[in-house]
Design a protein around this ligand. Structure first.
Ligand code: FAD
Length: 478
């Protein structure tokens, strides 16, 4: 019998597991995919928003501002790439000036520190690449960027190190109330738990309706992006937004923690988890971004991708006990990444108020380190390579990732099971050639460590096999 079963291991589920693993509880996390952070958490803008956008008094506002403050400490403690770069919202027209003043008012009411309204020239003094058409800006020094995958992995891994049990490739198919809590039916059998937490992202409405009548509807909204080469990585030093509109925070131009430039997203309604990119969507992103930063060199694009937001028709995060001992963490669209640790804290608080015994563990450990070979001083690299020759073998040339780092990831508490799982953990395949060089070597290492054949290795989710062979009937199969 579990005390709490969390459905979904994106950033919301991982942050909740992290928080609950501080207490003497049996906690399980059920994730349908073969890895953590494989839903919306893997494809977003990676911004830890300052918190001037959500309406004062909303859950989004409170949890966003608290979440970014917590993220600063957490990313340091858990060794998650993080940069406190700040952000600018640009204004071009008199109407934009009013919007910026309104965002300043909201931010002040939400408790966002250090907000300042700037003239166009003051903004260009901070960011020389901004368009001459910019006439005003809102500066938010507390905004930051991070690696969302590593953030989620670090939280989940720390929860597991502190006793939480992660069940991958385990889809929840049914929820049935019992005298003591819930019977949870999954693709791998039945489990019992006192509490169930619904952190199922785009599927949170479906999971909610397994336990309670419908109280909200999710509207998936897709956002498309360009990722540009590191040669464009210094084009801007801060996150550059335009004024938000009815479709959300708009197209931004931002450095990434890996040294690239990210441009996007648009916002368009889609059916479910449709992460296809389209020529029209990407063209809109390109044209809109050039309005902010006209010199962005789109010839250096190395990848395009899309993510899908789970937007609730309530206009806010849906965080409530929808049935006895069934807690929804639903409608966690942007700023869900920013708010995550505060959502986890709030979830624990609500369950505690409803009777879950929250007794602190004396031995909770919240620290984590991983070797990033290319960032080490030369002497340290030599020492490490002498001690462990696998640190001397470079597997990904674009990102300078060593075999040792990949083996460390494969032997960690939550090892990758796919080529993209390795990419998300150590960066092999993130660079200019997008895995063209290192892909086969990563497959070899996965086979060696997982004890399987290349035909069983997937690029990312189940079924995305890399190799195919002919079967007798002439059909292609793995
Ligand atoms: C284009 C875009 C840009 C964004 N930019 C930002 C940003 O810059 N800053 C910010 O703060 N936020 C941003 N967000 C929002 C942020 O990405 C999300 O709020 C956050 O990732 C949601 O995390 P989650 O854990 O709730 O959902 P997910 O990451 O989707 O995780 C849900 C998990 O539940 C699993 N699951 C679903 N159903 C089941 C089931 N039946 N059984 C078991 N497992 C199940 C899924 O496989 C998935 O892994 C953006 C989102 C998008 C799409």
């Amino acid at each position: 019998m579990y005390d709490v079963l969390i459905i979904g291991c994106g950033i919301t589920g991982a942050a909740t597991a992290f928080e609950l693993s501080k207490y003497r509880l049996r906690v399980g996390i059920l994730e349908r995919e073969n890895d953590v952070a494989d839903g919306t958490t893997k494809a977003n803008s990676a911004i830890l928003h300052a918190g001037y956008d959500p309406l004062p008094g909303s859950l989004m506002a409170r949890l966003n501002v608290r979440g970014v403050a917590l993220a600063r400490q957490l990313c340091t403690a858990l060794d998650v790439p993080y940069s406190p770069c700040g952000s600018l919202v640009l204004g071009f027209t008199p109407a934009d000036r009013e919007t910026l003043a309104e965002l300043h008012r909201r931010g002040t009411a939400n408790g966002v520190p250090g907000l300042a309204l700037l003239t166009g020239d003051e903004a260009r003094a901070l960011e020389p690449s901004l368009s001459p058409a910019v006439t005003a800006a809102l500066h938010a020094p507390s905004a930051a960027i991070c690696s969302p995958w590593e953030y989620c992995l670090a939280l989940a891994e720390t929860a597991v190190r502190n006793g939480a049990e992660l069940h991958l490739e385990t889809a929840v198919t049914g929820l049935y109330p019992t005298e003591t809590g819930w019977r949870v039916e999954t693709s791998r059998g039945k489990l019992e738990s006192r509490w169930v937490v619904n952190a199922a992202g785009l599927d949170a409405q479906a999971v909610h309706e397994m336990a309670a009548p419908r109280t909200f509807t999710l509207h998936p909204s897709r956002g498309q992006y360009f990722l540009l080469d590191k040669s464009e990585g210094n084009r801007v030093g801060r996150v550059i937004f335009q004024c938000p509109n009815e479709h959300g925070k708009g197209v931004l131009v931002t450095p990434t923690v890996h040294g690239n430039l990210l441009v996007g997203p648009n916002a368009e309604p889609v059916e479910g988890d449709d992460t296809a990119t389209t020529a029209a969507g990407l063209d809109f992103v390109r044209r809109t971004a050039l309005r902010s930063v006209p010199s962005v060199d789109f010839r250096t694009v190395i990848r395009s991708f899309a993510g899908v937001r789970a937007v609730a028709d309530t206009g806010d995060f849906v965080i409530e006990e929808a049935a006895p001992r069934f807690l929804d963490l639903a409608g966690i669209c942007s700023p869900g990444l920013s708010a995550a640790p505060a959502v986890g804290e709030y979830a624990a608080e609500l369950m505690g108020q409803a009777g879950l015994p929250l007794e602190r563990k004396a031995d909770f450990q919240a620290s984590r380190r991983r070797v990033r070979f290319k960032e080490l001083p030369e002497g340290e690299k030599a020492r490490l390579a002498a001690e462990r020759p696998d640190y001397g073998r470079i597997i990904c040339r674009c990102e300078t990732v060593t075999e040792g780092e990949i083996l460390d990831a494969l032997r960690a508490p939550i090892p990758p099971r796919s080529v993209d799982g390795v990419k998300r953990r150590v960066g092999a395949g993130l660079g200019r050639c997008q895995g063209g060089f290192c892909g086969p070597r990563v497959v070899e290492l996965l086979c060696r460590e997982l004890g399987c054949s290349p035909g069983e290795i997937v690029q990312d989710r189940a079924g995305s096999w890399l190799l195919a062979r002919e079967t007798k009937g002439g059909k292609t199969d793995v």
